[in-house]
Design a protein around this ligand. Sequence first.
Ligand code: SAM
Length: 457
Amino acid sequence: MTEPIRYVSDVPYVPGFTCELSPEWLDFVAVLCGFEPPGRASDFSWCELGCGQGLTSIVFAATHPEGMFHAVDAMPAHIAWGRRVAADAGIGNLAFHAVDFAAAVELDLPQFAYIVAHGVYSWIDEEAKAAFRRFIDRHLAPGGLVYVSYNTMPGWAADAPFQHLVRAIAARATGDSMDRFDAAAAAVQGLTRAGAPALTASSVAAGWDAEKDRRPRAYFAHEYLAPAWRPLYVDDVRRDMAQIGLEPVGSATLRDNFDGFVLRRAAREALEAIADADLRDLVRDYFLLQRFRRDVYGRAPAGLDDDERRKRLFAMPFALVTPAALVEYAMATEAGRVTYDNPVARRIVSMLAHEPRTLADCLTGPDRTQAPAAQDLLANALALCCAGTIAPVSRGRADVAGLNALLLEDAGPGTAYRVLPFGTAQKFDTRFLVALRDGKEVAPEVRPWADHLLRWA
Ligand SMILES: C[S@@+](CC[C@H](N)C(=O)[O-])C[C@H]1O[C@@H](n2cnc3c(N)ncnc32)[C@H](O)[C@@H]1O
């Protein structure tokens, strides 16, 4: 019999979708950072480790019929939810595996072009981390990409005492993980109010009143009660990944790939003096007070020259994921406010408002006389990507009506996901999606979102 995993396993996690795990998003990161993405001319395979309920895997399998998808999680209740939804939606290209990482290593699986794990690596113990790496080592295809996200130091430094105390108090409480977390969080809140400096210095503890209502109870139980929870420094994770021959490719948090967006001048100058790439990125996280990294790795990834990189970027399709009327043409970053309100950015938004297109399409669009310079178009498109206004998407248009109907039926009163046919999903208030489904009038302030979604219905 296998040992139970050292993780919160008495209450299920909340179904969540992570857009950064899509094949197109990962390809985009690779090309953006000057690397060859995996070949996907025909079929390809993709695997999610620690998939939770598997909603992300479901969305990508439903919207990429040409791919084969696998999803691994040790908690049977998670896998049961995913299997049920996938079966009801008629998704045949997704296999769920209710096993831990150690057992998954031994499964008979294809060589994956993509292996992804969101919100897992800093929540599991050293043994599970080693099994996680063995899985990648054995099952990653040559030229494949790996996504690993994790709570990061030093951004969590001030909040670690909050997590430690919550877990210590919860260990002495009774009930399931959610009850024990609630009791512990209330006790810690009392200690914060009493002025314990180690808690008042924590933004999580100090802001707990507002924070506690922002997420479901199961989220907090999983976030804070995992016994092996430990935010990680980037150089340590790089060392782990180097053991299995993985090299850093870039960040799936797109703007983190651009010093100019996230660092002030003094920080950029200080970093220029550091030659060692891993050390530089570690120091960079000190400037960013980095709390969460979405690292993308490759095994000896092939480089692209500048011409090839540009050609690939112009050939990738992008979709508008914010209604055109609500686009701000500005984003707040760690370095301040970046603005790009100009005719080229507006041209991209207006062209993508009708359907996903490549940047090459945006360049040569209907009004050729007004065609912007390629460099200008690319710079604005990258800013829009970093702001989350547009996103790299698939070429196909899947029929997701049945899946959307199922997800809405299954959703609780809070929020529900709406899948878009080009390989992504967005979260909305359930009442809004129900009104949309039933053809009811929606409030004027959400009308642009209704029009945006109905376009793809
Ligand atoms: C914080 S949740 C993240 C879930 C999902 N990736 C998401 O972002 O919604 C971590 C997941 O890892 C799974 N897990 C933890 N340890 C594991 C192990 N040793 N083997 C397989 N799955 C594990 C848990 O069951 C849980 O679903």
